[in-house]
Design a protein around this ligand. Sequence first.
Ligand code: MAV
Length: 326
Amino acid sequence: KTLTRVATLVGVFMAGTSAVSAQDVTLRGASMFDEEHAFTKTMQKFAELVDENYDGDVAFDLRLNGELGVEADYVTFLQQGVAIDYTIMAPSNMATFAPSIPLMDMPFLFRDQAHWEATLSSDVLAPLEQELLEKADIMVIGYTGGGVRNVISKEPIENLDELGGFKMRVMGAPIQAQIFSALTAAPSAIAYNEVYNAIQTGVIAGFENEAASIQNLKFYEVAPHVTLTKHAITVRPIVMSGKSFRKLPEDLQAAVLKAGAEAGAFGRELESREDGEKLQEMVDAGQLTVHEFANRDQLLEMVAPVQDEYAASLDATELLTSIRAK
Ligand code: MAV
């Protein structure tokens, strides 16, 4: 009896201690996807790396499956310093706060994987990060991404003629709609969590996305055709709210920055490696049919002036030239 009582007391005491001392800091993250998606895995890696590099206690509360909404919601949370502390996010979802940030991810920016990697492992994007920090108080702590974005549609599309008038969803940044308009499609900005329904009900005929996300959210159920326009290799900053960051002790801040950079490299390798595999898995499962796009090079010529004008309007012509020269 006595022994049981001692054990109970020790248990109570220990539970009490851990409640007080452990995990003084909790960092909350958000993912639109489940555990299988590269974004989720990259954020889990980030947590692991922070833990490894920090002596104190820090807890991570990563909410999955869009529990906290979509990226367009996350950006407002981060800017206000509420609800979440960190996430991974498309630059085109941050345009309302920082108009130049979508430049780093606009369609047809990168020639190939090597160009994309050279850009992301350099500091050429620093002026865009600076604007995001000043205007939105959001910090870029690493870069992940690496999925190739293609057109995905209800009906097959194989050439420019068939792309003409294609009613498609694009991300919120105006440059996205401008580029697809230049390709003669009919783009409209629709929230990501409404895309599936919008296709199902015929409001749009499709959109554009990368394999990891098409598979994770089962977009193939409503849009079973993929056209290899290969118009973007995704750039996905790992971002943290400046308001959350400044509250952290200095040694934790250092661990966060180091972990952000390393988790980014981990995520880039993972998502680019899995991109082709995931596409193939969907083809093998009979979920998707893949179509080549005739004269893809022509698309590049059609969008270059739109990219140039956008950069000029941001006073970022030199920056665009440096990215292209990477
Ligand atoms: C994909 O799910 C991801 O690239 C994500 O970062 C984007 O926000 C999303 O597509 C989208 O198209 O909005």
